[in-house]
Design a protein. Sequence first.
Length: 192
Amino acid sequence: MRFIAQVFFAAIATASFALTGCQQYAKAPQPTTSQVQDAQNFSLEGKIGIKTPKQSGSAFYTWQQNNENFDIQLTGILGIGKTVIEGKSGQVTLNSAKTGEITAETPEELLERATGWVAPITHIVDWVQAKPATTTAKVDKDEQQRPTHIAEDGWTVDLSYNDAAALPNKLILKQALEAGQENRITMIIQNR
């Protein structure tokens, strides 16, 4: 499952670098207990934005997960710039009009080929599920014992929740860079 999350993140990062624009999003519904427990099969919809010192962009996404197989579709402002990412264990393919087809064995390799950017995309599945990815992470929790801040592998993640929801509806990932700059990823989860 980490493999799929990695590809998802790589694809969104790639598409976001190619697309720009601001769009509104709807309030996310609360996940059910079965959605929290069934991490191998799920569906996510939302918006992601990426900002680096050199570029920024955003895209809407849908992510269908079925064990190790997945399908991710990204669309930019007014539906321009559709990107499709498909994956199976050991192979990830990204296809868009902007980049053409890019194939790699891992999501990290795909992200680096497409953008030249390196990020801890192996952690995204854990962070989306309000969990740290490693045992060395530093975690702050709210009164309901939900993680609100995770610091690990050079990144900090701020998690926001709708009311008493078990899973976050918004994540802000930040990586501090030299000269006070940062890489920032904002992930909005509208539907689970």
